[in-house]
Design a protein around this ligand. Structure first.
Ligand code: NAD
Length: 269
């Protein structure tokens, strides 16, 4: 039996790529799409393929129930993703979420709902397998360096900063420091242009670059006296995210509660 999938944000940049991948996968069935900006459009056309005879709908709950969906894939905006996830869980549908920018309180609420409904959910700030490996390598490097800075670079239409990947990387680095954050803040420091040193996430400086021409990139620089180590990942096209999204759709049924990050499906800790 194929896994029945609904995509929310179906007309967006990521959504269209996801539609195409699902249509091409023999073990998955695209049964619906939701996107208020693309109402009535055919999902096949949005994917750049032949018409599929399934049009974009407005109401997520109705679409999930009417089509007996197993999985919801969400690539929308931080403002609507939380409501979409709640709707999916209430419908007994497993969410696979790529939307970034949701807060901790929302994540906590999703954990509670998943527990109450005994349903798995995958939320991954980055579905690119190389980016997941980059974050994993940063965690491994973390105990050996007490100072690190993250530079994340994205296309100029990204609505949140810093990126979910940068925050997740900082969390993973901090989680593997025996004494927590021990970065040595310079006391006599003067910031002549506000924000020049980037944002501070629990002691880790994060710098966000937004430019046309970029897709999704990140460089993590660890420093020690007389040496640095730089770990970098580049997504040059949205195709880079697709193997991870497909992996998530296929394996979310195995997840108990909320898995935050794709590494839980890739590496045994
Ligand atoms: P986009 O703006 O191109 O697409 C978002 C789509 O969501 C739009 O078509 C919009 O109309 C639609 N939308 C708005 N409200 C909606 C609602 N209530 N229900 C359904 N659809 C709704 O954005 P994008 O570039 O496709 O990125 C989407 C999200 O994915 C962003 O948060 C981005 O940061 C994130 N992203 C994550 C990864 C990852 O690997 N996790 C990779 C790339 C992008």
């Amino acid at each position: 039996m194929p896994i029945r999938v609904v995509v929310s944000g179906a007309g967006g940049r990521m959504g269209r790529h996801v539609l195409k991948e699902i249509i091409n996968a023999a073990d998955l069935e695209l049964v619906g799409g939701v996107d208020p900006a693309h109402l009535g459009e055919d999902l096949g056309i949005l994917a750049g393929m032949s018409p599929l005879g399934i049009s974009v709908q407005k109401d997520l709950g109705t679409t999930l129930r009417a089509n007996k969906a197993d999985v919801l894939v969400d690539f929308t905006t931080p403002m609507v993703a939380f409501d979409n996830i709640v709707t999916a869980i209430e419908c007994g549908v497993r969410p696979v979420v790529g939307t970034t920018g949701m807060g901790q309180a929302e994540l906590e609420r999703i954990r509670e709902l998943c527990k109450a409904r005994d349903l798995g959910c995958l939320i991954a700030p980055n579905f690119a397998l190389g980016a997941v490996l980059m974050m994993h390598l940063c965690k491994i490097a973390s105990p050996y360096f007490h100072q690190v800075e993250i530079i994340e670079l994205h296309h100029d239409r990204k609505v949140d900063a810093p990126s979910g990947t940068a925050i997740k990387t900082a969390e993973m680095i901090l989680s593997n420091r025996p004494g927590g954050d021990d970065s040595d803040e310079q006391q006599d420091f003067v910031e002549k242009v506000k924000g020049a040193r980037g944002g501070n996430f629990s002691g880790v400086q994060i710098h966000s670059v937004r430019l046309p021409g970029l897709v999704a990139h990140q460089e993590v620089i660890f420093g020690l006296e007389g040496q640095t180590v730089t770990i970098r990942h580049d997504s040059f096209s949205r195709d880079s995210f697709m193997p991870g999204v497909l992996l998530g759709i296929r394996r979310v049924g195995e997840i108990k509660g909320v898995m935050y990050g794709l590494e839980g499906l890739l590496f045994a800790d």
